[in-house]
Design a protein around this ligand. Structure first.
Ligand code: SF4
Length: 383
């Protein structure tokens, strides 16, 4: 495998990127990629699509970002606009891909994050992450640490075909278990994303993942039915399928997608409901808990979490979410004063997307919060 990839060292001007809105699934606000490219080479990886403008040959080259830790340190120390918020190491790259074993770019980045007391939200397919448990523990105790393992099948042969150089699913479950047992303060979970139609959407197979997640100690499972099929990534994936023993799914897959990037909404609706019911039966959350800052953003983030979770639950249960509620939840993350002050002034209707429905949902919560710190979090409002 090592000889398959050419390693290129390169300097970049900036180390970290701020998202306009946090991701309402992973609650990540800043992204940092210690590498460009990913030797896990999952055959469905979206990094192959043209939207990412990767500058190297994805199948043969990995770019190692030189001095990324020093640049990150410099940015976190100097930038006044970078309020502490969740950093997500790795986007269209896995921070713990094989090259990390020697290069340790991700470990160096983690050290800087820990020293500067920023929370993190990680997603990986590698058991190598256990090497960094010392730093993850420090981050979890000082601020917040979420580690999610992406697992979409427990069939090791299928996983070996789809994700050839990632750790086997059984190793990922083992690593999750070990992380949770050693540091219970780390929030751990499974990203059941993407679920490939006709290969991974069988109910028994999905239940096997839910069962194993629960017994490994996962705090949550995030799921997303279907796989995005986009330009060059779609072509690569379909060609790989055609050359394999799984070629029988090509025809039904193309028929299902009908030339679109996503399967029809009915497909997602049905599978969402199945997985929602399963997770209820196994008593496992379908959302991650969010890191909450201890400054003026505290109630903004809590209310945002409440609205975005509520909108998502509605979508999963009925197949239809509310765009207004979603945007109300998102823009709250950029409010530069506390929503409690806005509430006390009676100015909630002046906030964009805060219609009567949204206000009626959050009013009881804000009323309680405005009097004093509520004893319970927002969970009781999510029933
Ligand atoms: S681990 Fe993630 S980034 Fe790496 S190839 Fe697989 S899907 Fe792409």
């Amino acid at each position: 495998m090592a000889e398959k990839f050419r390693l290129i060292y390169k300097e970049y001007k900036s180390a970290i990127n701020k998202l306009k809105y946090p991701d309402s699934w992973f609650w990540v606000r800043y992204t940092i990629n210690p590498y460009s490219g990913c030797a896990h080479t999952c055959i469905y990886c979206d990094a192959r699509s043209q939207r990412y403008y990767l500058e190297q040959d994805f199948e043969h080259e990995i770019i190692i970002k030189r001095d990324i830790d020093k640049k990150l340190e410099h940015t976190l120390k100097r930038s006044r606009s970078m309020l502490p918020d969740v950093i997500g190491p790795g986007g269209v790259t896995d921070g713990w891909q094989p090259v990390e074993r020697e290069v340790e770019n991700t470990r160096k980045v983690l050290k800087v994050i820990a020293q500067n007391k920023y929370p993190i939200g990680i997603s990986t397919k590698s058991s190598l992450i256990i090497r960094d448990i010392d730093i993850l523990q420090k981050i979890a105790l000082d601020t917040w640490c979420t580690v999610a393992f992406s697992i979409t099948t427990t069939n090791e042969e299928l996983a070996g075909f789809l994700e050839p150089f990632s750790s086997a699913p059984s190793e990922r479950f083992e690593t999750l278990k070990s992380l949770k047992e050693k540091v219970p303060q780390i929030q751990v979970g499974i990203n059941l994303i993407p679920i490939i139609p006709f290969l991974e959407d069988n109910e028994d197979d999905l239940e096997d993942i839910v069962r194993k997640s629960k017994s490994a100690g996962a705090d949550f499972i995030l799921f997303s039915p279907g796989l995005t099929l986009r330009d060059s990534q779609a072509q690569f994936f379909i060609n790989k399928l055609k050359e394999s023993k799984y070629n029988y799914v090509v025809k039904p897959l193309l028929e299902l997608y009908k030339g679109q990037m996503h399967p029809p909404s009915e497909y997602a609706k049905k599978l969402n409901l199945i997985l929602y019911t399963m997770c209820q039966e196994y008593d496992i959350n379908i959302r991650e808990k969010r890191w909450i800052p201890n400054d003026f953003r505290k109630w903004n983030y809590k209310v945002s979490e409440l609205l975005l979770n509520k909108e998502y639950l509605e979508l999963v249960r009925t197949g239809k979410g509310s765009n207004i509620m979603k945007w109300a939840g998102l823009i709250l993350n950029n409010l530069n004063e506390s929503i409690i002050d806005v509430y006390r002034r009676g100015d909630l209707p002046k906030l964009k997307n805060f219609n009567k429905e949204v206000i009626s949902i959050i009013n009881p919560f804000l009323n309680e919060a405005a009097k004093s710190e509520p004893k319970q979090g927002i969970d009781k409002f999510l029933k």
